[in-house]
Ligand binder design. Structure first.
Ligand code: HEM
Length: 357
């Protein structure tokens, strides 16, 4: 006999949810996927995701005390650092997690590049990934201004000036970013709104799209290209849950330990309060913008200096459509590997140069 009433006998938690939400099919689809035995992600993508989670949690806690006005911002950051219980730790973890997020994002991108995981069928996953790279950099840029100290203020003056040099749209973009001709209260409230509302929502949504794509395609096998239909993927696999997930969680715990150690040894600093009338001797952006900053100093034509990194990003985004070689093993892709190594060397060289100049 069938009945519409819920079961009355006590069952497992799993039964309870299944009878109400039919969640077994969902859990099977989400967790019970298989990973090629040869796949080596080094957990970089998942570590980037974890660091984003840390940013959301610590950022929410900071927002409880932070005040986004030029009169109050600096003092509120001082208050967080010296008066709020564990405020210094939360702020330092936010600072270090932001830096590590960029670092692991770059490691993730390089892993995908060297394993040729951007090729068929993962072209769109790569393109979406470049979007994530842009959003993450914007997080760094907008967050840098919030403490409203000398470094924050002048780095934003220079950064927005660079954006203002983009041909055709530069002037309008500068006013849009600053909320006027100069870096003022309007800039701070814009950057605050973008940093705590627009970017978290955008990054969250785009990460979700990225992960749906990864889920649908499965992880790439770095030893052989994916077969084109109608061929069926073959090869030895291991279960994603719990095997892969457990290893991933160990990587996250390692990151958590690293964040606490780095924050305790090198807490986030604060310079003098911003003074729009006093330009400091050296204005430097965060390390991940140093390469571009240095490039701009040495290219005599400003427009060329600004367009070079933009063209580079566009070329990077369309890489899967330019590189038509189906091979995935590094030995069979000498040109791509050589260009990749050359690009890394130039970027590291420019960054070190920017750091010491
Ligand atoms: C916030 C930034 C990002 C997050 C949270 C993220 C997350 C992930 C995760 C969790 C995976 C599964 C495999 C792994 O853990 O490595 C993955 C795979 C992938 N990601 Fe990302 N990713 C990000 C940015 C990027 C960027 C910048 C690119 C490249 C431009 C990219 C391209 C890819 C590709 C092609 C795959 C499939 C790799 C394979 O099948 O082996 N992702 N991503």
């Amino acid at each position: 006999m069938t009945t519409d009433n819920p079961p009355t006998s006590p069952g497992s938690v799993d039964d309870w949810f299944e009878s109400r939400l039919h969640w077994r099919a969902l859990m099977d689809a989400l967790l019970h996927v298989r990973v090629p035995l040869e796949a080596k992600t080094f957990f970089f993508g998942g570590m980037t995701l974890f660091l984003f989670g840390v940013q959301v949690v610590t950022g929410t806690l900071l927002a409880l005390y932070y005040k986004p006005t030029p009169e109050a911002a600096y003092d509120s950051v001082l208050f967080i650092t010296s008066d709020v219980s564990f405020g210094w730790l939360i702020r330092s973890v936010h600072h270090w997690s932001a830096n590590l997020m960029i670092l692991f994002l770059v490691f993730h991108l390089l892993r995908v590049f060297f394993q040729a995981a951007y090729k068929y069928p993962r072209e769109l996953t790569w393109v979406v990934g470049i979007g994530l790279l842009g959003l993450t950099m914007m997080f760094g840029f907008t967050g840098y201004l919030l403490p409203w100290d000398q470094r924050a203020y002048w780095a934003t003056v220079v950064g927005t000036e660079i954006a203002g040099g983009i041909p055709f749209i530069g002037d309008a973009l500068l006013v849009l970013l600053r909320g006027g001709a100069d870096v003022t209260e309007a800039t701070l409230s814009r950057f605050f709104g973008i940093h705590v509302l627009v970017l978290p929502l955008a990054l969250g949504a785009v990460v979700a799209i990225h992960l749906v794509f990864v889920h649908q395609q499965g992880l790439a096998n770095p030893t052989k290209p994916d077969p084109r239909p109608p061929a069926v993927p073959q090869g030895r696999t291991k279960p994603f849950f719990p095997h892969y997930i457990l290893e991933e969680v160990i990587a996250w715990l390692f990151l958590l330990a690293m964040l606490v150690v780095l924050s305790s040894l090198f807490p986030a600093g604060l310079e003098e309060e911003a003074n729009p009338l006093e330009t400091p001797a050296h204005v430097k952006p965060e390390w991940y913008f140093l390469g571009v900053y240095e490039l701009l100093k040495h290219i005599p034509w400003k427009v060329v200096g600004i367009l070079t990194p933009m063209v580079f990003i566009v070329l990077l985004a369309v890489l899967p459509f330019i590189d038509r070689n189906p091979e995935v093993r590094p030995r069979k892709r000498p040109l791509a590997i050589a260009l990749g190594i050359l690009t890394i060397a130039v970027l590291i060289g420019l960054t070190i140069w920017g750091y010491y100049s």
